[in-house]
Design a protein. Structure first.
Ligand SMILES: Cc1cc2nc3c(=O)[nH]c(=O)nc-3n(C[C@H](O)[C@H](O)[C@H](O)COP(=O)(O)OP(=O)(O)OC[C@H]3O[C@@H](n4cnc5c(N)ncnc54)[C@H](O)[C@@H]3O)c2cc1C
Length: 356
């Protein structure tokens, strides 16, 4: 153990908490992860990493750096956890308009898109396994992470190392002045509780929203298993003719009940891709921690020193979390400032302006 090794408590062992824990352990800090063992986001997610924003056919925000770190992280972590969870996949976008098709043709010729967009081929034009009015295009570098395996195996991993406190965080047992929790004093404490931020006493003033998402699992002998079809919804092949269809976006809704409305919405979206026969196996419900400006929130509490937040991973958590965990760790231990776009300061400034 290094001499400057610190004692860290991370509350929440979803993507945010686990990515940070792996980073800190690699730097030889002593990490305790606290999690209640029930997860409605990291474990429920489709875990897809899609490099593009299709509407205007742009690269996703900070794509190149996020993608590099994420790929390296998941390949490393599946070895560390001893379970396969990283699955490269070709996403086939069924183009939805002439304009989208033109964007694709233009962008796919640009050097900065070479890692992500393939140029349209005659096979893409004549692709017959889905509705193909405007042609289709294939994405490179995309992958999906088996979300349930990721969450469960991380819990096993940290439990086996003696790093996991499997319990509800008890605010009455926490003294924020000394950072003492149940008799142990920590050097730093990080809240990474996802959409349940609203139920914790710290950082309540920050605008983390709860965005419900629902998906269907279906079985079909007619749908392609070698690619993930995409238009209006994604179709993620999971093997053995089983597919995940998703996802809905239900803003400001933390309710965990599956609804008929969402089921019909997803069936309708699937129908746009083609008229396949299939059987619905089940319906999953989760809640994403989202922020109105669509950027995560990282940083230190405005009055309590050494109390940190890592939240707001939103719809692209699996892409962003590994890089953001490193940036938060650099901020906590090296004092390297967080980018303005992700820093908690953007909200504290607004709040103090309102109060003055
Ligand atoms: C339906 C759906 C589909 C998605 N699909 C994708 C996708 O394809 N690709 C993608 O990149 N992202 C996807 N996401 C988003 C992604 O899942 C999130 O960005 C990410 O999981 C958020 O991780 P987190 O660690 O911040 O929160 P969480 O995963 O919610 O983790 C927080 C943890 O904190 C614990 N916790 C909270 N409060 C307490 C407490 N008081 N005491 C003890 N423990 C506590 C919880 O038990 C939980 O395990 C999807 C999300 C949903 C809901």
């Amino acid at each position: 153990m290094k001499t400057d090794s610190q004692n860290i408590l991370i509350i929440g062992a979803g993507l945010a908490g686990t990515c940070l824990a792996h980073q800190l352990i690699a730097k030889e800090h002593r990490v305790s992860l606290l999690d209640r063992g029930i997860n409605h986001s990291t474990a429920i997610a489709a875990g897809m990493v899609n490099p593009m924003v299709f509407r205007r056919m742009n690269k996703s925000w900070r794509l190149d750096e996020f993608m590099k770190d994420a790929t390296t992280f998941y390949i490393h972590i599946e070895k560390e956890l001893g379970r396969s969870l990283f699955h490269p996949i070709v996403i086939r976008r069924m183009l939805s308009s002439e304009q989208e098709r033109n964007y694709w043709i233009e962008r796919s010729k640009l050097p900065e898109y070479q890692d992500y967009l393939t140029e349209l081929t005659p096979e893409d034009e004549s692709y017959s396994l889905a509705e193909n009015q405007f042609g289709s295009g294939r994405l490179k570098s995309s992958f999906w992470v088996d979300a349930k395996v990721y969450y469960e195996q991380n819990l096993h991993y940290f439990e086996a190392k003696g790093n996991l406190l499997k319990e509800d965080f008890d605010p009455l047992s926490f003294d924020e002045n000394t950072l003492n929790y149940k008799g142990i004093t920590y050097d730093k404490v990080v809240f990474a509780v996802g959409h349940q931020q609203v139920n914790t006493p710290f950082f309540k003033e920050l605008p983390i929203q709860q965005t419900k998402g629902q998906t269907l699992r279906i079985q079909s002998a007619e749908m392609p298993e070698n690619e993930s079809l995409n238009r209006k919804c994604f179709v993620l092949p999971m093997g053995d003719q089983v597919f995940r269809i998703g996802a809905t976006y239900e803003w400001d809704n933390p309710d965990l009940t599956p609804t008929e409305e969402a089921k019909h919405e997803l069936i309708g979206h699937l129908g746009i891709l083609g008229s396949y026969s299939y059987k619905i196996l089940d319906q999953q419900v989760g809640v994403r921690p989202t922020v109105l400006d669509r950027r995560p929130i990282l940083g230190e509490h405005h009055t309590i020193k050494n109390l940190y937040l890592f939240n707001g991973l939103g719809t692209k958590g699996y892409l962003m979390a590994p890089t953001l965990a490193r940036e938060l760790s650099d901020f906590m231990f090296e004092g390297i400032p967080l980018d303005k776009e992700i820093s908690i300061e953007r909200f504290y400034k607004k709040i103090s302006a309102l109060n003055s």
